[in-house]
Design a protein around this ligand. Structure first.
Ligand code: FES
Ligand SMILES: [Fe+2]
Length: 416
């Protein structure tokens, strides 16, 4: 069912007070920057989230902070600031903001320093570091009390460093087309046919081998979003089931292609209405990850490669390579192929005139979950999928396995 223009705006736009942006700000932790990008006492980085700019940094004492990019004094960029033991000092007039976002010193003010600093308005944001990522909550507590939302306890957030790898990159399209792709399994064997064979190893080939049999999809609503099993018969006595999870508002947890193998979490967060940051987490709960296409990324803040140019140069597509048998003409990386599709859809995909098919069930459920949440938020209610007492992110287990015919695929998740 195509969407109305109004609904498409509701599920995509985040800027200028758009309800979705306000809901995300208030009810969700946002991944800001990979932990490894921030050096103690090193340079701050611009993190743009929901249409506003922040400075992420690690103070000399090792604590990470996220503050407004604009200095509270006369608004120059705190990206230019000097890093001190517990905060950033603006190089224009020397005001010092600590890692918690409070003004500590205003050396060019002659009156009572303490009194003055207390009365300067600054924003304070809660920050945590888990799973190799600096996360920020940009919301405000009720009546001044700070109560951040539940942290997304996804399966990688407590793993030791050698069992996970994180990269991210900014892509110039709206965030939702990327989130949809993470729940769109029917593109994998088509778009990624060549790159999967070339770069992803034998595990993913198993998925490709079985793709010839279109799977039966069985969906189940969950307190955090939904999960679905892709079921394929192996023979008349057994079937192969893969469980994937969509966790609000943007996490796609993809089942490992083989037992005890590395799994993926994809998420794409809104930078502004027409830009997103694509995140890739590769992790193995059972063993060190070893070298993978994610763990060997050259720059964790700027990988995988984004196609270059626009429609006039086919976003850099290599047609010569296609003549020689490459499926997409984007050999750089599996994700580069996805990015090219998002760019082809335009800055904000037009969902009012699509012609969907039976493979689009999970994509439709992603949209429905977001729309339901935004509508609840607009009605002044906390979104159920962010605040339900039954919400337990640890239950989002994306696992696969072979079961005897007639059994329930849910046992796979329970065993895990
Ligand atoms: S603008 Fe930052 S201290 Fe003046
Ligand atoms: Fe893809």
């Amino acid at each position: 069912m195509p969407m109305t223009k109004e609904d498409n705006d509701l599920v995509t736009r985040v800027e200028n007070g758009a309800p979705l942006g306000e809901m995300l700000r208030q009810h969700y932790w946002l991944p800001a920057i990979p932990s490894s990008k921030l050096e103690a006492g090193g340079r701050p980085y611009r993190v743009r989230l929901l249409g506003r700019n922040y400075a992420a940094f690690r103070a000399g004492n090792g604590t990470a902070g996220v503050i407004d990019e604009a200095c509270p004094h006369r608004k120059t960029s705190m990206l230019l600031a000097r890093s001190e033991e517990d905060g950033l000092r603006c190089i224009y007039h020397g005001w010092k903001i600590n890692v918690k976002g409070f003004l500590d010193e205003a050396p060019n003010h002659t009156g009572d320093q303490q009194q003055f600093c207390k009365h300067v308005r600054t924003n304070q944001y809660s920050v945590v570091e888990r799973g190799g990522i600096v996360w920020v909550w940009l919301g405000k507590g009720q009546n001044g009390a700070v109560e951040p939302p539940k942290f997304p306890e996804l399966p990688f957030v407590d793993l030791p460093e050698e069992q996970r790898a994180v990269t991210s990159v900014e892509v110039p399209t709206n965030w939702l087309q990327a989130v949809e792709a993470s729940m769109d399994s029917s593109h994998v064997g088509v778009l990624h046919e060549s790159t999967t064979k070339l770069t992803a190893g034998s595990g993913n080939e198993r998925v490709l081998m079985t793709k010839a049999l279109a799977p039966r999809l069985e969906f189940e609503e969950r307190p955090y979003g939904f999960r679905y099993a892709a079921i394929r018969d192996v023979d008349e006595h057994r079937f192969y089931a893969r469980i994937n999870n969509f966790v609000m508002p943007w996490y796609g947890l993809i089942c490992a292609p083989y037992e005890k193998g590395p799994a993926m979490v994809f998420f794409s967060t809104p930078v502004d209405d027409v830009t997103h940051r694509a995140w890739f987490v590769n992790f193995n709960e059972h063993a060190p990850l070893g070298p993978t296409i994610i763990s060997t990324a050259p720059d964790v803040w700027n990988s995988p490669p984004v196609p270059t140019g626009g429609a006039e140069n086919l976003w850099g597509q290599n047609r010569d390579l296609m003549k020689r048998g490459h499926a997409s003409g984007f050999p750089q990386h599996l994700a580069t192929e996805d990015f090219a599709m998002f760019l082809g859809q335009g800055p904000i995909a037009d969902r009012t005139d699509e012609q969907l098919c039976s493979a689009d069930g999970a994509v439709l459920r992603v949209r429905a979950a977001i729309l339901k949440s935004v509508r609840e938020f607009m009605a002044g209610k906390p979104p159920t999928l962010a605040t339900s007492p039954a919400l337990d992110y640890r239950q989002a287990r994306s696992v696969g396995g072979v079961l005897p015919s007639g059994s329930d695929w849910r046992v796979l998740a329970e065993q895990a």
